[in-house]
Design a protein around this ligand. Structure first.
Ligand code: PFF
Ligand code: NA
Length: 435
């Protein structure tokens, strides 16, 4: 059977942007920003996105396009069988990420439905505490997973490409509308100030913690390290510049992320809530509280949680696809069989995270960062030390003059400098877990 390819280049870019834009931008980013000192975190995060995330994204996509395979198959095809286990790191990262991601997806789904009846309006705090973990959370997680599986099942070009081509422009339009509306709220300026405040004393006192969190979030937001971008690039049939597309994808993700911040922070501050207090549920509690006091609160709730749901789905399908492509490429599974097998796996792991708050938090704020870092480290070392010249050639394939000039510095960065940086954040990250 021939492997699927994207129908259009725009379709590929939109699918990749759909993967990048997600709960990372809307839920995880404000949570971590508040936990790590506001603007100081934002600054380091943006630096790491540009210096590590973008070259790393290209390093990952190069392997996918060159091999036309999933992460494990790519390492085997390009480097020989003994490299296959290194590709397994990315599969592991995919499992870690989707196991908690779909639980948050379930929360979002529930809030979208609950907005229609206003169920959370009278007591936002109690509402979240009643639904966050447990059997109900496991059920909504399963529904979110089912929606993800349905898109993946239909296929790369007819399922993922069609769905994301509709979703991504929808997300941008709705976020834009919400950002304009949020700017009209009383107290919005407080939100912008927090977003842009730079607490240098905090940064100096907690530099390595903030750096580690910023680095993990930079990979997370670009969907780098779990093989999602590698897998998407493996469905590229033609030779246009990856450098141009990678930069475009990262730029759009950052732009949409900033737009999401312009919705979230004014909303939170219009009610005087501290986005950091209360951990992963803070966003839900405070936004739900904010919506309750607004005119047209149900409509606002449906619009907001609906757009977040689309963003979450367009990301979860990219993670799901990594494992499906692995089973199809390497084990000769049918798409239907692979989709069912992957769904069963995530039904189990996600239910674990939906029932156990401590497992959830461990996966979401610690293991995910470590796993993505290890996955990307594997890709970059493979580019630099196994593929070597071929990686550079692949990067320059179809590239314009500027991208070609950037080829050598890029290669030095991914072969040497970024691996050192990632190894460092990995080790300090482990230190944080153990210590
Ligand atoms: N980039 C997604 C987000 O910001 O929500 C999350 C993600 C998707 C991480 C795909 C990793 C991945 F492979
Ligand atoms: Na993102």
């Amino acid at each position: 059977m021939t492997r699927a390819t994207w129908r259009t280049r725009v379709g590929f870019v939109l699918a990749a942007v759909g993967s990048a834009v997600g709960l990372g931008n809307i839920w995880r980013f404000p949570w971590l920003t508040a936990q790590n000192g506001g603007g100081a975190f934002l600054l380091l995060y943006l630096l790491v996105v540009v210096l590590v995330g973008v070259p790393g994204l290209l390093g990952e996509m190069v392997i996918g396009r060159r091999s036309g395979r999933n992460p494990v198959g790519a390492f085997g095809t390009l480097g020989g069988d003994r490299w296959r286990p290194l590709g397994g790191l990315a599969l592991f990262a995919s499992v870690v990420v989707l196991s908690f991601y779909s639980v948050v997806g379930g929360w979002i789904l529930r809030y979208t439905v609950a907005s229609a009846t206003g169920a959370y309006f009278p007591a936002p705090q109690e509402y979240f505490a009643a639904i966050d973990y447990g059997v109900g959370a496991a059920g909504f997680h399963a529904l979110f997973l089912l929606a993800t599986a349905a898109v993946v099942y239909v296929g790369v070009d007819r399922g993922i490409e069609v769905a994301t081509t509709v979703m991504v422009p929808g997300i941008v339009l709705m976020l834009g509308g919400l950002a304009v509306w949020a700017g009209t709220l009383d107290g919005a300026t407080g939100g912008y100030e927090f977003y842009l405040s730079l607490d240098l004393a905090y940064l100096r006192a907690n530099f390595f913690d903030v750096l580690g969190a910023a680095a993990g979030q930079a990979l997370f937001t670009l969907s780098v390290g779990a093989g999602a971008m590698l897998t998407y690039a493996s469905y590229l049939g033609e030779d246009r510049s990856l450098a141009a597309d990678g930069t475009l994808i990262a730029g759009l993700n950052t732009g949409i992320g900033v737009l999401a911040g312009l919705v979230i922070f004014p909303l939170l501050f219009s009610l005087g809530v501290d986005p950091g207090a209360g951990g992963p549920g803070a966003l839900f509690i405070s936004l739900a509280g904010a919506f309750a006091s607004l005119p047209y609160s149900r409509l606002v709730g449906i619009a907001f949680f609906g757009v977040v749901l689309l963003a979450a789905l367009s990301s979860s399908i990219s993670i799901y696809e990594v494992l499906v492509s692995y089973l199809v490429d390497e084990h000769g599974a049918s798409r239907g069989g692979a989709t069912a097998a992957v769904g069963t796996l995530f039904l189990v792991t996600g239910t674990g995270a939906a029932l156990s708050p401590s497992l959830f938090t461990l996966l979401a704020d610690t293991i995910a960062n470590l796993a993505l870092t290890a996955g990307l480290l594997g890709f970059l070392l493979f580019d630099g030390w196994v593929l070597g010249r071929l990686a550079l050639e692949e990067y320059e394939l179809g590239a314009g003059r500027i991208a070609t000039l950037a080829g050598r510095p890029w290669f030095v960065a991914i072969a040497v400098i970024l691996p050192l940086f990632l190894a460092f954040t990995f080790v300090t990250g482990i230190g944080g877990v153990v210590g």
